[in-house]
Design a binder for this molecule. Structure first.
Ligand SMILES: [Zn+2]
Length: 226
């Protein structure tokens, strides 16, 4: 059993490919526990509790966030589910400076600061906006075609030859709001880890496979055993 397995914290603007890279990391490293704060919040919103109801309102575009809730959710997820000798991949947190500090203190307690790679999948605001507004869906088979790399040049579906139509994730106003949140809040997290010289910045505007191989190269640079 690996007594000090690697952990990953993925940060980046909406559309940067965090979910995709998390999946690739999971396939590559095997025993990696995946934590998506987005799905933790969605799961909470389904609970018939006071808090569940508040979160449901929040996800539907109203209501107020309770700042410490995200910390509570991933901390409890790690506490209850991360097995001895298992690494984790945190997707979608931390999103505020306070969360970054709480995560860092928790990692220190768990003796995992050195084995945790904080990765920024860097894409510009413009690129993020295009990815979120220009992705397409095949009318034939329903395949989602991300607005990234060679997929941008596809004229018909590469699987079934069907017609592709644009399908935005969200209205432009909501997308702008998410991107503003990143610039105003998440960038503080980026700066926090950068100042501690623990931020790994990866060019997220490259093809998916290249992004992943850049991540692996960084892993090998700091960990001889991989
Ligand atoms: Zn198709």
């Amino acid at each position: 059993m690996d007594t000090n397995p690697l952990n990953f914290v993925l940060i980046g603007r909406s559309g940067c490919g965090k979910g995709t890279q998390a999946k690739l990391l999971g396939e590559h490293f095997g025993n990696l526990y995946y934590i998506s704060t987005g799905s933790l919040f969605r799961k909470l919103a389904q609970q018939e509790t006071e808090v569940g109801y508040k979160i449901k309102e929040l996800l539907e575009g109203g209501g107020l966030p309770f700042d410490d809730l995200a910390i509570m959710l991933w901390m409890s997820e790690i506490s209850y589910n991360l097995k001895i000798g298992q690494g984790f991949c945190l997707d979608g947190a931390p999103r505020r400076l306070e969360e970054a500090k709480a995560l860092d203190a928790f990692l220190k307690y768990l003796d995992k600061q050195n084995s945790t790679m904080v990765i920024l999948l860097d894409i510009s605001r413009q690129e993020a906006f295009e990815r979120l507004t220009k992705r397409r869906i095949c009318q034939g088979c329903g395949q989602l075609i991300p607005w990234v790399g060679d997929y941008k040049n596809l004229e018909i579906c590469d699987k079934c030859g069907g017609v592709l139509e644009e399908r935005a994730d969200d209205v432009p106003e909501a997308i702008k709001h998410r991107l503003d949140y990143f610039d105003n809040e998440v960038m503080k997290v980026v700066k926090y880890f950068k100042k501690k010289k623990r931020l790994i910045k990866i060019n997220g505007e490259q093809p998916i496979a290249q992004v992943f191989s850049d991540i692996l190269a960084e892993v090998r640079k700091s960990n001889d055993k991989y």
